[in-house]
Design a protein around this ligand. Structure first.
Ligand code: NAD
Length: 484
């Protein structure tokens, strides 16, 4: 009897040690309270790898397998991702918020629910030219393994959106997530891979580095097996990707300005500004970050913001909060340093820091500032928006241009004057330009179009879609196959 017990204990100990030695023993995996199903993918921990090399190798094998599958199979893989994001959005959204501690639960959940709006295989096409000399066809082929870097602001949504786009185009991917959002990203990858393996028999369409660092990001940048880089993040990573020897699609930072002129529908402008800027506590790269409003409608506009979920701070209170949110540059001529502890915080938490209690339901703090407030020039990523008074729309556009820093990301206008809209659209030269709606309208949420969480700005691909992740291949049939 005692012997039997000893044997049982030994077996258990051996199993535990084996698990600790295996890839699932990485801290990210071990600490995942989410991992409800035992991890035992044939290749490791369902796509979660501690070493970049292993992650790329697995994604390369998966790519070769995917090449033998049909477009219908790609669609089935994508529908696994969409289904998990929509049916498990509450649990996954909550886990993302608990891990990253930035943003709002309702929007963390919604950002997963709407993955169904990211385009998939229906975006694929081929182009044909037929004429006297026959038929030429252009087909949109996959690259292979894509290296994706994802931000903390939307860790799992960016990853899921990238999977939908990239797999639709026939690629597989290896992801270096933001360290502060790595646990939820790894859990998403496990769930996606399990479901995809059951659906189409391939295990590692998406692989991920369990403990991401700048070094692992660089390993991905340099890895021979990675054919293309897709980087979504702030200025540092955007610069690093642009300096890389590989082709990089860069979804970089923004600081979207809003201009409101005297012809605008002020109630719609106020509601739109609150809706966009308060979304996930202003974590969106497209979110309204500063407003330039013309003198004649300045006061009624600010009044309308209060009617739409905003809480107005005095000029002194705005300055006080700026003093906590930013510290002086570390080197002469450098940028102000953003206090990361305030990024994505609730409006009520920001208000408390300056001794203000806001009513329940307050979504956004706002107030009048001068044009040189740090809230104007910096990408604050928190629900506090400065409003700057300007002489007329042209002066507002000039200030907006300066505040955008040439990122070429997003700008917004509220106006009924098409000349003013045209003037601003031309001057700003941004990837997204929204008229008379919240920023989200440019991503198909209340405007026409489709969704992506990676908006390629400095490299010019725009709102990414499956065709963004393809290589064009052309074949020509000489003198035949024109049938008319
Ligand atoms: P971040 O730049 O701090 O991090 C992004 C990712 O890059 C992380 O995975 C991080 O670990 C990695 N990284 C950072 N520096 C690196 C370097 N030198 N080399 C390699 N990897 C590096 O950004 P964040 O705080 O996670 O996200 C917010 C920023 O991202 C904002 O500036 C926002 O505007 C931008 N963003 C842009 C888009 C877009 O579609 N254009 C979408 C979301 C976020």
């Amino acid at each position: 009897m005692i012997q039997a017990n000893e044997q049982a204990v030994r077996t258990v100990v051996e199993e535990v040690l084996a698990q600790l030695r295996g890839p699932s023993a990485t801290p990210a995996a071990a600490s995942s309270a989410l991992s409800s199903v035992p991890s035992s993918g044939a290749d490791g921990d369902w796509g979660v790898f501690s070493q970049v090399n292993d992650a790329v190798d697995a994604a390369e094998r998966a790519f070769r397998q995917l090449q033998d599958k049909t477009i219908e199979d790609r669609a089935r893989a994508i529908s696994c991702v969409v289904k998990i994001c929509s049916t498990q959005c509450d649990e996954l959204g909550r886990a993302e918020l608990e891990e990253t501690r930035i943003g709002r639960l309702d929007h963390k959940i919604e950002k997963l629910q709407i993955i169904k709006l990211v385009p998939g295989v229906e975006f694929l096409r081929s182009d044909a030219l037929s004429g006297d000399r026959g038929l030429t066809v252009t087909e949109y082929a996959p690259f292979g393994v894509i290296g994706a870097i994802t931000p903390v602001t939307h860790s799992l949504p960016t990853l899921a959106g990238n999977v939908v786009n990239m797999v639709a185009a026939g690629n597989t991917l290896v992801v270096n997530p933001h360290p502060s959002g790595a646990r939820i990203a790894c859990e998403g990858v496990r769930r996606f891979n399990r479901a995809i393996r059951d659906a189409i028999g391939i295990e590692n369409l998406v692989t991920i580095v369990s403990e991401p660092t700048l070094e692992t990001a660089n390993e991905i940048f340099e890895h021979r097996g990675v054919r293309l880089l897709v980087v979504t993040g702030g200025p540092g990573v955007a610069r690093a990707a642009l300096a890389s020897r590989k082709r990089a699609i860069v979804a970089g930072p923004g600081n979207p300005p809003v201009v409101v002129d005297e012809t605008a529908d002020l109630d719609n402008a106020a509601a739109s500004i609150v809706s966009g800027a308060a979304y996930d506590n202003n974590l969106l790269c497209i979110g309204e970050k500063e407003v330039f409003a013309v003198e004649s409608i300045f006061d009624p506009l600010l009044e309308a913001v209060s009617q739409n979920g905003g809480y107005r701070l005095s000029a002194d209170q705005m300055a006080q909060l700026a003093g906590i949110a930013f510290s002086p540059p570390t080197e002469p001529g450098g940028h102000l340093v953003l206090n990361r502890d305030l990024v994505g915080a609730d409006a009520s938490v920001l208000a408390e820091l300056i001794g203000v209690r806001v009513p329940v339901g307050t979504q956004l703090l706002y107030g009048e500032t001068a044009g040189d407030s740090p809230f104007v020039s910096e990408e604050q990523m928190m629900p506090c928006v400065p409003f700057v008074r300007c002489r007329d729309a042209s002066a507002g556009i000039e200030m907006a241009l300066e505040a955008e820093h040439g990122f070429g990301h997003t700008s917004i206008i509220h106006s009924r004057n098409v000349r003013t809209m045209t003037e601003m659209g031309r001057a700003m030269n941004t990837t997204l330009f929204i008229k008379n709606g919240p920023c989200t309208a440019a991503l198909g949420l209340g405007g026409e179009g489709y969704l992506s969480y990676s908006i390629a700005t400095p490299t010019g691909e725009g709102v990414t879609n499956p065709l963004t992740f393809t290589r064009q291949r052309r074949w020509a049939m000489v003198d035949d196959l024109r049938l008319i």
